[in-house]
Design a protein around this ligand. Structure first.
Ligand code: IVH
Length: 700
């Protein structure tokens, strides 16, 4: 049972409301009250960083420690109960990707975490006492470090895959989950599985895939994922199932739910699931004593490094479903299961200095330079310090002894300072740079953002170089005979200052004086020339407008067709395009309003890059003057195909329903918010079949 607004915990007296403590209650200690407020705010922020932004700032154990402190304080002060406290819900990633929200058939809960053997013993004893002397077994499993997923099967076929979301409802990501090759889309004919069942498990990106993906991202100057979990999460929320398929997600299943499962034993049910074709970890073991559990933990603490996927602990579950039911739940977690988290590998070393790096976007990253130290199989001498807030929290001095951990065992980060070992004669206090280390411009910090930026976009060298590198990158103009080093070299020799200069390079500028490197010079000039044929949506992406990724560029180009239209579009017009939010719309408008950016664009146009998508051949006029919103999922064409069909029949496709909408092309699973909006404005819903008949394409 999870408590929430509609279902408060029993400790709340019936005749009081949450914000009006009664006379009988002792007044809350103001220090505690303040601490609770602070912890709630902090935990909300960290939940958001973790689930919605995929950018955690603190380690799991720090998060758990804060959460535990809050739980303890709230237990001591029931009068300060708040239904919206982070203790009352599991963190949510709901709605971050525009997938339809679906209610879970059974709530998806999370497990209590422990970090030491004493807690494992305490769990074991609680179970033993709770079962009043009955014999019991514990199923030991690996704790996979990905995202949990709920899969619904009906008549032996996968019908739905939903993320955890807030535990009550999650995002329907069925199309993306179908790309996971190790998941059975249909069970083998002969097996006896329930008519309707649910399996839960973890979606992961295997290490090897993760590393390849990050190498590609780095080559394209994109921010690499911090760990496989974030990569898996980003992938599962990708809007294009083709991209998802390419990335190669995997899934391990660890929980079978049905009105009638094959067995009362969880372990046996997992074996059955394996027979049905699901990937169930070979590491799953049934144990009968605390010693066996400890041995399992010790074994996997080291052996897990040989596994193809990331794990961060062990999960212990009471095996009998009947006994699980008997033990029940606490406010948030089942009493019959617990997660033991492996200690992240940690090292202690000395901080020598902090330097600041300027990236392509002008974002300034603090980097800690440390005395080299061995950590989880590599020598570490640099670590990320993320941003100014983290530096401030750590209260760092040069010469300090610091603790370094590998987050997700990839990027080392400083997690703490050994304050007691601070030398008497400390070095300088580490302060965030106030000016750009590359060009000296005072740094700025945008509201609501953790990062500092160098605003000198037009003259700061790494930003200039970075923008040209972005311009030539694969998804942009794809000038593959030019690499980042060559671009650096051209900058150094004063040949170029921006992307438009590329088009003025002549063979004689870049081949050796004596004609050496003639071949490669000719190749480069030819590749630059050929890039003029790259379609307009790539040109738009190549400009490197802040927040405008490949997909957004495609969407804007498809909707507005020409550079002139994009240039003169208002923020409102941009925002009306499907998939373009306020932030992107504003950024595009700001870009074209900047005189220097406009000048670059003019020179690119003069050089001859594409400034419009090719005219599309009209198929009909049935939709002339009509504004159509697409919502839901379809069986005859993809959404993109419907967008094109609307345009090619003279209509206009927009993203949100308004009084100007002529009708909604409504597929299956249309979101409740859109449905409500259409109803309230009296906008007609047209089915896929009706639409196809309208444009003269009959449904077969
Ligand atoms: S069982 C009620 N088993 O860890 C029990 N979870 O907070 C539900 N996880 O959200 C979970 N490996 O994403 C279970 N072998 C395993 C697991 C596992 C990883 C994740 C899962 C869950 C979180 C627990």
């Amino acid at each position: 049972m999870e408590y929430d607004l509609f279902n408060p915990p029993p400790s709340l007296p019936d005749d009081t409301t949450a914000d009006a403590p009664t006379q009988q209650e002792p007044p809350a200690d103001t220090d505690d009250a303040q601490r609770i407020e602070r912890l709630r705010a902090e935990l909300h922020r960290h939940n958001h960083n973790y689930y919605a932004l995929n950018a955690p700032e603190i380690s799991d154990s720090e998060f758990d420690a804060m959460m535990q402190e809050l739980i303890d304080l709230e237990t001591a002060h029931p009068e300060l109960y708040d239904p919206n406290s982070p203790t009352q819900r599991v963190g949510s990633d709901l709605g971050s990707g525009g997938f339809p929200a679906v209610m879970h058939e059974r709530p998806m809960l999370s497990l209590g975490n422990t970090y030491n053997r004493e807690d494992v013993r305490a769990f074991y004893e609680r179970v033993r006492d709770g079962l009043g002397g009955q014999p019991f077994s514990i199923c030991c499993e690996l704790k996979f470090d990905g995202l949990s997923i709920s899969l619904i099967y009906e008549h032996k076929r996968l019908v739905r895959a939903v993320t955890r979301g807030d535990g009550k409802q999650g995002d329907d990501v069925t199309a993306n989950v179908r790309t996971i090759r190790t998941l059975p889309l249909a069970l083998p004919a002969g097996v006896a599985a329930p008519e309707h069942f649910e399996v839960r498990g973890e979606v992961l990106l295997p290490w090897e895939r993760f590393e390849t993906l990050n190498r590609m991202r780095e080559a394209r100057e994109e921010q690499p994922f911090a760990n496989p979990r974030n990569a898996a999460s980003g992938t599962l929320k990708n809007k294009d199932p083709r991209v998802v398929a390419e990335r190669g997600l995997d899934a391990y299943l660890y929980y079978v739910l049905a009105d009638r499962t094959p067995s009362d034993s969880h372990y046996q049910n997992l074996l059955a699931a394996r027979m049905w074709g699901f990937q169930v970890s070979e590491a799953t073991r049934l144990t009968h004593s605390l010693e066996e559990i400890y041995a399992y933990i010790d074994y996997w603490d080291t052996e897990r490094r040989k596994l193809p996927v990331a794990t961060d602990g062990v999960v212990l579950k009471v095996d009998s479903l009947r006994q699980q039911e008997q033990l029940g739940m606490t406010a948030k977690n089942p009493r019959w299961a617990i997660a033991y988290k492996f200690q992240a590998e940690r090292a202690r070393t000395r901080l020598e200095s902090v330097t600041f790096q300027v990236g392509r976007t002008g974002a300034v990253t603090p980097v800690a330079n440390m005395q080299p130290v061995a950590l989880a199989g590599t020598t570490v001498k640099r670590a990320s310090l993320h941003n100014a807030d983290i530096i401030e929290q750590l209260d760092l001095y040069e010469g300090d002894y610091v603790f370094v951990e590998k987050a997700g065992e990839i990027i080392p980060q400083i997690v703490g300072v050994d304050y007691e070992a601070r030398p008497l004669l400390t070095g300088r206090k580490v302060e965030f740079a106030t000016t750009c280390p590359e060009c000296g411009t005072p740094l700025v910090r945008y509201e609501g953002e953790a990062a500092h930026y160098c605003p000198n976009t037009t003259a700061c060298p790494p930003q200039l170089r970075g923008r040209v590198e972005h311009f030539i990158s694969r998804d942009a103009m794809d000038i593959d005979s030019l690499g980042p080093e060559t671009v650096d070299d051209y900058f150094g020799r004063g040949l170029i200052r921006d992307a438009a200069d590329l088009y003025r390079i002549r063979v004689e500028d870049i081949c050796g004086e004596d004609g050496t490197r003639l071949k490669s010079a000719q190749k480069i000039v030819a590749a630059i020339e050929a890039s003029k044929q790259k379609p307009f949506d790539r040109v738009l992406y190549a400009l490197g407008i802040r927040f405008v990724g490949r997909v957004a560029a495609q969407q804007v180009a498809t909707a507005l067709r020409t550079l002139d239209n994009v240039r003169h579009a208002s923020v409102e017009q941009l925002q009306a395009i499907d998939g373009i939010g306020a932030k992107i719309a504003q950024s595009i408008a700001d870009f074209f309003a900047d005189k220097r950016a406009a000048d670059l664009v003019d020179r690119l146009v003069k050089a001859g890059v594409q400034t419009a998508l090719p005219e599309i051949e009209a198929l009909g006029t049935q939709l002339e003057g009509k504004t159509v919103v697409i919502s839901g999922t379809f069986s005859h064409h993809s959404r993109d195909e419907y967008k094109e069909l609307i345009t090619r029949h003279g209509g206009k496709n927009t993203g949100s329903i308004s009084k100007n909408t002529s009708f909604v092309l409504a597929g299956d699973n249309m979101g409740p918010a859109k449905l409500e909006k259409a109803r309230s404005l009296g906008v007609t819903l047209m089915s896929e079949g009706e639409f196809l008949r309208l444009i003269g394409e009959t449904e077969d």
